[in-house]
Design a protein around this ligand. Structure first.
Ligand SMILES: *Cc1c(COP(=O)(O)O)cnc(C)c1O
Length: 391
C-alpha cells in the first residue's frame, strides 16, 4: 500500500517542485480548480500596479511609450510558445467566445462551397452557441456528433469546418490533434481548435499538426487572472485571405489614418476588434513570466502521474465514486472527473474541508491538477477528504 510518506518522497524528487514558489496560494487548501481559474502568479500584483503607475505618469503617451499598443501582439507571441506556433500567428484579445466567432466566420468563408459545420454535442456551451449562430448567419448547417461517438467518423465532403475541443471539458478526454486535423483536411475541411482546457498543461503543436485556427483561454491553466483576455491563432497560410466579422479600427491596416474605407491589417492584427483590456493583459504577462523556463513535456509527465495517482487512490479508497475520465493517462488531460449520485449535495462539504474542485451538472465532480503548484501529497490529502465525505 502507498503511504503519504511515499508521496512526500516523490514531492522531494519532483523537478517541478520549485515552481510552486512562483504562485501565491492560501494556506490550508488543496486547490484542484486550476482548470477553472488558475492560481495567482507571484508577479501579478506588481505587474498590475506598474501599469497603474504608468497610466498616472504617462497618460496618453503610455500607448506608445509604454508599449500598451503592441501588448496584444507581444503577449500573443509569448503564448504562441506554449502552443507550438510561430509567434506572428497568435494574438491576445477579447474572450474565447468572441474569438471563436471571429475565426469561425473566417474559416467558413474559406470554404464557400461547403455546407456543414461539425461540432460534438458535448462541446462547451459557448462553442455550441457560437457555432449555431455563425451557421445561421452564413447559411450553413450544424452537424452535431452524438456523445461518445468519434467526430472523425462524421466527416465527409460536405464539411466546411470542424470545431474541435482539444479536451472534453466534462471528462478531460483528449482528442489527438495531429490525426484529427489530418482527417479534417483529407475531407477537404478546416480544423478550428479550442485549447481552453489544455494550453499550459499538455504540449501542443499547432504548426506541426497543421491546425488552421485555434482559440483558448488564459484564466484557466495559464493563470492570467479572473476575466483575463483570451487568444486566437490563425495559420500564416490563411492570414491574408481571412475576413473577420467584427472589423474595427484596431484591425485596420492604418488605424490612425482614420479613413472611411476599411482595409484589413496584413498580419494577425486583422483579428483585433477594438481597444483591449490592457490592465488585465498585464497580469497575463505576469502569468507567462511564471511559465518561463517550464518544459511542457515535464509538466505533462507530472500531470499524468498526478492524475494516475488520483485515479488509483479513488479506486482504493472511495467506493462511492465512479471515475468517468479515460483511465489511460495518454487519453486524458490534466483533470479527473468522478460521478456520485449526490455530487451536488456533497460538493460544498468537500470545498469546506479544503479541497477545491468543481461541481458539474448533473452528478459530476471535476478535479484539475496544475503540475506547477499541485504536488503528490496534495493528491493524498484530497483523497482523504473525498473518502471521508463520500463514505
Ligand atoms: C472556458 C472555456 C470557454 C470560455 O469562454 P469565454 O468567452 O472566455 O468565457 C470557451 N470554450 C471552452 C471550451 C472553455 O473551456
Amino acid at each position: 500500500m502507498l503511504t503519504r510518506d511515499d508521496l512526500a518522497a516523490l514531492d522531494g524528487a519532483d523537478p517541478l517542485a520549485g515552481f510552486r514558489e512562483r504562485f501565491d496560494l492560501p494556506e490550508g487548501i488543496v486547490y484542484l480548480d486550476g482548470n477553472s481559474l488558475g492560481a495567482r502568479p507571484l508577479g501579478a500584483p506588481d505587474s498590475a500596479s506598474a501599469l497603474l503607475g504608468e497610466w498616472e505618469e504617462d497618460l496618453i503617451a503610455g500607448w506608445q511609450g509604454r508599449g500598451w499598443w503592441d501588448l496584444p501582439v507581444r503577449v500573443g507571441g509569448r503564448i504562441a510558445g506554449l502552443l507550438g506556433a510561430a509567434p506572428h500567428q497568435v494574438i491576445c484579445c477579447d474572450t474565447v467566445t468572441v474569438n471563436l466567432y471571429k475565426v469561425l466566420h473566417a474559416a467558413v468563408a474559406l470554404r464557400p462551397d461547403r455546407r456543414v459545420v461539425l461540432l460534438r454535442d458535448s462541446a462547451f456551451p459557448t462553442d455550441r452557441y457560437v457555432v449555431e449562430s455563425v451557421a445561421r448567419s452564413t447559411g450553413r448547417a450544424v452537424r452535431l456528433v452524438p456523445r461518445g461517438e468519434d467526430p472523425l467518423g462524421h466527416l465527409d465532403g460536405d464539411i466546411a469546418v470542424a470545431v474541435l475541443e482539444h479536451s472534453d471539458f466534462r471528462t478531460g478526454e483528449l482528442l489527438d490533434m495531429g490525426p484529427a486535423t489530418a482527417s479534417v483536411h483529407a475531407a477537404g475541411g478546416l480544423a478550428v481548435w479550442d485549447l481552453s482546457h489544455t494550453a499550459g498543461v499538455v504540449p501542443i503543436a499547432l504548426d506541426g499538426d497543421g491546425a488552421d485556427f485555434a482559440v483558448g483561454c488564459t484564466y484557466k491553466w495559464l493563470n492570467g487572472g479572473p476575466g483575463s483576455p483570451a487568444y486566437l491563432f490563425a495559420a500564416e497560410r490563411h492570414l491574408d485571405a481571412s475576413e473577420q466579422p467584427v472589423p474595427g479600427w484596431l484591425s485596420h491596416a492604418d488605424p490612425f489614418a482614420m479613413t472611411d474605407d476599411y482595409r484589413p491589417h496584413p498580419g494577425i492584427r486583422r483579428f483585433l476588434t477594438g481597444t483591449q483590456a490592457i490592465l488585465s493583459m498585464r497580469t497575463v504577462e505576469a502569468a507567462l513570466d511564471a511559465y518561463e523556463g517550464v518544459d511542457l513535456h515535464e509538466v505533462r509527465a507530472k500531470s499524468m502521474q498526478l492524475t494516475d495517482l488520483f485515479v488509483r487512490l479513488i479506486d482504493e479508497r472511495c467506493p462511492g465514486l465512479e471515475v468517468v475520465s479515460p483511465r489511460d493517462a495518454f487519453r486524458r488531460s490534466s483533470q479527473v472527473t468522478v460521478r456520485h449520485p449526490r455530487a451536488r449535495e456533497l460538493h460544498p462539504g468537500i470545498v469546506g474541508s479544503g479541497v477545491v474542485g468543481d461541481f458539474r451538472e448533473p452528478d459530476l465532480l471535476r478535479f484539475g491538477f496544475a503540475p506547477l503548484y499541485v504536488g503528490y501529497t496534495d493528491v493524498w490529502d484530497a483523497v482523504e477528504v473525498l473518502a471521508a465525505v463520500t463514505g
